[in-house]
Ligand binder design. Structure first.
Ligand SMILES: Cc1cc2nc3c(=O)[nH]c(=O)nc-3n(C[C@H](O)[C@H](O)[C@H](O)COP(=O)(O)O)c2cc1C
Ligand code: SF4
Length: 485
């Protein structure tokens, strides 16, 4: 592969557009940013008789910074304030909140329960207060809570101690977790207990005033693992109907006591086989470029969702389309499209120039990763015009994010542009651009991946290089030491 051009070095939009053409990637990009009433990003959108005040969305961004019993800390509250500061009218999920202790992805993940009500209410209130300050009012502001169970990636008690709860045996991921041959899969009874936890969680979210809940189906966590449970026996595996039973039972239960609570689904709409650093090009402490795990013996590949079974390095949207048809049938109109998993194919999930400590060098120009997620979202939006689509993976676009976001919304690639990492570095980038303010070059996320490397080393997530809150802090000192190891 030829060397990757650093986007930070490209100064003009015309040059960026030329760069996209030279790579042959399809990413729409406007030359001029429109302001105020002319900006497509500031148009409202109605869904299910609810108005979403603009097309800027904040994607869920967890901070690994809650208390050990699952309540927010001052860092969490500060992050939610910044979600409000973004001017976005759609707050998708805030961050992953576990429906029970065992289902936490780390010992500092938020939990939803009686003991955390007050803390979660405080997060919502801080966000609204900041939003009012920036946007003048909270008319059209919709705030959801992302409900999760981490399944295969549970680490509820210690960063160093995985406690996976798996739905089926996976030939590659089991090996990575060192699971013995007799490691148990969750029983159907245990699945039903988790479904009841989702119901209890949704009731609390409703009582706390959240506008919707996201029944998370992405990134390799439990909801997503159901979709690839082709080899599981019993009621929750095998056929498409069985693999989506979890979703249907969660939704039915919520509807029975909260018919008015909106439900959304964040979906990894496609995937690939897990990647790893190429051992032939890696050195101690310096992972090489990512390559797919060997899979010749595993064809047809039966351990993925929306993966081509015969060429599992490639997506296949057939089942994603079936899944969205099911959402429509269930009267779920809020959809957030993401892809893959940060654990086994981070270049697919969060395109970056610099890998996190447990990742690998990019196997492709990260713009291809952006284009892949944007293209899939567009294709699905065209098939399901009545669903509201939030698009993902825009942060790598850096200074050109506003130009691409504006074109994407205007041309129907997505209904709203979701910001992930950029939220940690520069939450109000789209709000600033659409309101005619100059984008601050030095605050733009450069995909250094410290916000992923920090939690991989047991530290809170945040934009260590660019956000003054972390600079010089004890957390930053610890991160620097961890990176030197
Ligand atoms: C530090 C960090 C925390 C994240 N937390 C969550 C989360 O709680 N739930 C979720 O669905 N996605 C989470 N994501 C994924 C992002 O929402 C988003 O999909 C990803 O970063 C790609 O979008 P971007 O290019 O705008 O960063 C997280 C990503 C990062 C880097
Ligand atoms: S640490 Fe900051 S610059 Fe690096 S990827 Fe995260 S948000 Fe972007």
């Amino acid at each position: 592969m030829t060397s990757i051009v650093r986007l930070g070095a490209i100064k003009e939009t015309a040059r960026f557009q030329e760069h996209l053409r030279s790579l042959g990637v399809k990413i729409p990009c406007d030359s001029e940013i429109l302001r105020g009433a002319d900006s497509p990003l500031l148009n409202s959108k109605n869904v299910d008789e609810v108005t979403i005040g603009n097309r800027i969305a904040i994607n869920p961004m967890e901070g690994w910074d809650g208390t050990l019993d699952g309540r927010p800390s001052e860092h969490t509250i500060r992050r939610w304030r910044r979600f409000g500061q973004s001017g976005a009218k759609l707050i998708w999920g805030g961050e992953a909140v576990a429906v029970n202790h065992e289902g936490r992805a780390n010992p500092n993940q938020l939990v939803i329960g009686e003991h955390t009500r007050e803390g979660l209410a405080q997060l919502r209130a801080a966000l609204i207060e900041e939003h009012n300050h920036v946007a003048g009012s909270n008319t059209g502001l919709q705030i959801g809570l992302q409900l999760t169970h981490s399944g295969r990636y549970c680490r509820p008690n210690s960063h160093g101690k995985p406690e996976p709860r798996i739905l089926y045996r996976h030939p590659i991921l089991d090996r990575r977790l060192d699971l013995p041959a007799d490691f148990p899969v969750l029983s159907d009874g245990e699945v039903r207990a988790i479904i009841a936890d989702f119901h209890r969680a949704a009731r609390i979210a409703l009582e706390l005033g959240f506008d919707f809940v996201d029944v998370k189906h992405c990134h390799g966590y439990l909801g997503h693992e159901f979709l690839s449970a082709h080899t599981r026996e019993g009621n929750y595996g095998g056929s498409f109907e069985n693999r989506t039973r979890f979703l249907r039972e969660v939704v039915q239960g919520i509807r029975s006591f909260a018919p008015k609570l909106q439900i959304g689904v964040r979906l990894s709409a496609f995937d690939t086989i897990p990647f790893r650093p190429d051992p032939a090009r890696s050195w101690p402490g310096k992972p090489g470029p990512g390559i797919p795990e060997a899979h010749e013996e595993l064809l047809p590949y039966r351990w993925g969702f929306a993966v081509d079974a015969n060429r599992p390095t490639q997506p296949d949207l057939t089942e994603a389309v079936k899944f969205l048809a099911l959402l429509e049938q269930l009267q779920i109109h809020l959809v957030n499209i993401t892809a893959g998993s940060p654990y086994y194919n981070p270049h697919v999930q969060r395109p970056a120039l610099y890998p996190p400590s447990d990742g690998y060098l990019p196997p492709e120009d990260p713009l291809l990763g952006v284009a892949r997620q944007m293209g899939a979202t567009r294709e699905l939006k065209q098939l399901f015009p009545n669903l509201l689509f939030v698009g993902t993976a825009y942060s790598y676009l850096q200074d050109f994010l506003p130009h691409v976001a504006q074109a994407a919304v205007r041309d129907g690639w997505a209904d709203a542009v979701g910001l992930g990492r950029m939220t940690l570095a520069y939450p109000e980038i789209l709000w600033d651009a659409a309101n005619g303010r100059t984008v601050e070059h030095k605050r733009v996320c450069r995909t250094f991946s410290d916000c992923t490397t920090a939690p991989r080393n047991g530290l809170p997530s945040g934009c260590y290089p660019l956000d003054s809150y972390y600079k010089g802090s004890e957390m930053a000192v610890k991160l620097a030491a961890a990176k030197k190891k």
